[in-house]
Design a protein around this ligand. Structure first.
Ligand code: ADP
Ligand code: MG
Length: 607
């Protein structure tokens, strides 16, 4: 069928030209690939249309994972015969009229591509009846239209309830190459369910029912709140452990839930972001979430969170990607800081304890933490260790004239609060009774966290004091190592380390952070080198954090140090004063708690 476009090139076509404009149905099939990839994309587009139509109850029927049938029925506004005739036409939409509308899109769809795409790669039917406007009673019956492989039928009258039902059968029946790419029914069903669950979380107030091969596989009632929906989708254990997030800064509002770090997963499947009713996977948001959990999780673990962001639509551009799962924010930096702050506050309210029951399975090891690679296994011969109290920075320096910025005085004052006696086991673990059970503390991990927090707090206040060495300490390294370390000299100053290249194979260390009780310049330089070799070109923040962490590690009590009751109490008291004393900087637990229930289970007093 020659169209008017090809007619214009008619003269050339009569010759030997090889270029021809693609037929429209082929063009549509190609374009369809952008929007419709698999049954789950059909489900997404149809449910979004139902939501845009104001539905309060949506039913999704699937068969064979959606590859044979996806039918979505809603009780929304419906379409009259005139609209039905246009529904499958590419770029026909009721949601966008003028270019300016792109500036403030509030609907989920707006491109007018979804139904046209489905119509060109499947056998589709829409049955719809408009909601009567006023008393007039618009459509007394409903109407139906079909579109199969791009072939549109006429609109015919048909009985239907108010609302719309769209049926998509045999997806990709006319593009076998695509059909072959579909996975097994259970896999496709899983993806469809994921789509519906995300939408159900994003639209509290709307009820959803999913049936697969006539069996109900998911449902939520319209009145069910977000936590209830999470429970339905992901189970009671997670739902109960969630901590609410509530933050506002001008037009930015963040609500939703974060899960405690112990429920983190290997993948990001339970990180859900909702923006103005749209579920999305946006890099900026995902990064901000991870940042909010920083230091509370193993590097390889992913937090679990369900967060609802609302921003003035004029400040977001949702028209970036056809799948619309990424957006562009106008003031990205402000948004980032706002989220990190809100997430951190909520996460630190969760129960950060590592439950003893979890130790029984080795999930932490499987999470990729390299248990053998402990820094403290190579401890130099020990001097008797004293736990130092962090001096409050506002206080005048204490009475040690030789070292004006000496680290701190040994703690002698009794720690506040009730003292239960604490058992030290293998000179490594501290065991004590806590409410509802007992806990085991890793003395090194806890002290390291305390020292690190003190250093980091100094750094944040710009008050990290230096101790100058009277004679610079010289550290011998290979020439390339010297240049690697010396290149970071400027950055290291920020944390009180002053060093420079001294010839081609020597680093001269002039100053170190004053808070470190037994600084060993040589070891610090080697730490810096190790960090630089492990992470090619770390950011300044990352470098400083790592150096502080290792410095904290070296100047903390070690596994194997005998501690007096006094020192133990001081250590625990200082840990309790921290915002987070449950994990070390890298997310390894500092303490593990056993509840009475754990004991009852262990002794078979309960199932
Ligand atoms: P878009 O959603 O981007 O507008 P679609 O191809 O998904 O494009 O839908 C085209 C049009 O069909 C919509 O703009 C809307 O007017 C109408 N429509 C689609 N689904 C429904 C529905 N479930 N209820 C009412 N109208 C619908
Ligand atoms: Mg749509």
């Amino acid at each position: 069928m020659a169209s008017s476009e090809t007619g214009a090139a008619g003269g050339a076509a009569a010759g030997t030209g090889r270029i021809a404009v693609l037929a429209e149905h082929v063009r549509n099939q190609i374009a369809a690939g952008e929007v419709i990839e698999r049954p789950a994309s059909v489900v997404k587009e149809l449910v979004e249309n139902a939501l845009d139509a104001g539905a309060t109850q949506i039913r999704i029927e699937l068969s064979a994972g959606g590859t044979e049938l996806v039918r979505v029925s809603d009780d929304g506004a419906g379409m009259g015969a005139v609209d039905l005739a246009l529904a499958f036409v590419p770029h026909a939409t009721s949601k966008l009229f003028r270019p300016e509308d792109l500036e403030h899109i509030a609907s989920l769809g707006f491109r007018g591509e979804a139904l046209a795409s489905m119509g060109s790669v499947a056998r589709c039917t829409i049955l719809s009846r408009e909601r009567p406007a006023g008393t007039g009673g618009a459509g007394a019956t409903g109407a139906r239209i079909r579109c199969e492989g791009g072939q549109l039928s006429a609109v015919e009258e048909a009985g239907a309830p108010v609302g719309t039902s769209v049926e998509v059968r045999q997806l990709f029946y006319n593009t076998p190459a695509r059909r072959r790419f579909l996975k097994s029914a259970p896999v496709e069903l899983g993806r469809c369910l994921d789509v519906v669950q995300r939408l159900a979380l994003a639209h509290v107030g709307v009820g959803f029912v999913v049936e697969h091969d006539q069996r109900r596989v998911f449902d939520v009632e319209p009145a069910m709140d977000l936590r209830g929906r999470i429970r339905r989708a992901f189970g009671a254990e997670l739902a109960q452990a969630l901590e609410p997030v509530e933050a506002r800064d001008g037009d930015l509002v963040l609500t939703g839930f974060v899960a405690p770090p112990r429920l983190a997963r290997a993948d990001t499947a339970r990180q859900m972001w909702f923006l103005n009713g749209r579920s999305l996977r946006d890099k900026v948001l995902l990064r901000a979430l991870k940042e909010g959990y920083r230091g509370l999780l193993f590097e390889s673990r992913q937090p679990v969170a369900f967060l609802v962001l609302s921003i003035d639509p004029a400040r977001v551009d949702v028209n970036v990607h056809p799948a619309k799962s990424e957006v562009r924010f106008r003031d990205e930096r402000r948004l980032f800081g706002f989220i990190v702050h809100a997430v951190r506050a909520a996460v630190s309210r969760t129960d950060l304890a590592t439950p003893g029951a979890r130790l029984v399975d080795t999930s932490l090891r499987r999470a990729g933490f390299d248990v053998g690679r402990e820094l403290w296994t190579a401890r130099p011969p020990a001097e008797p260790f004293v736990v130092h109290e962090a001096p409050a920075r506002e206080e005048p320096a204490r009475d040690e004239p030789a070292r004006p910025s000496a680290p701190s005085a040994p703690l002698t004052a009794p720690a506040p609060g009730p003292r239960t006696s604490v058992l030290q086991i293998a000179r490594t673990y501290l065991v004590r009774e806590v409410e509802g059970g007992f806990e085991i503390v890793d003395q090194h991990a806890l002290h390291e966290r305390i020292t690190y927090e003190a250093l980091a707090a100094d750094l944040a206040r710009g008050a990290l004091e230096q101790q100058r060495l009277l004679v610079p300490e010289l550290v011998e390294l290979a020439p390339h190592e010297v240049s690697l370390v010396a290149a970071e000299a400027e950055h290291l100053k920020a944390i009180g380390i002053e060093l420079e290249a001294f010839g081609t194979t020597t680093i001269a260390v002039h100053a170190l952070p004053a808070r470190l009780p037994h600084p060993r310049p040589e070891l610090l330089v080697r730490d810096v080198l190790a960090i630089l070799e492990e992470n090619r070109r770390p950011t300044r923040e990352r470098l400083l954090e790592e150096v502080l962490h290792r410095a904290a590690c070296r100047s903390s009590v070690m596994a194997g140090d005998a501690l007096s009751q006094e020192a133990i109490q001081a250590l625990l008291a200082r840990g309790a004063a921290l915002e987070n004393d449950q994990t070390c900087v890298h997310g390894r637990p500092t303490r593990v708690r056993f509840t009475l229930a754990d004991l009852e289970r262990a002794f078979l007093r309960r199932g």
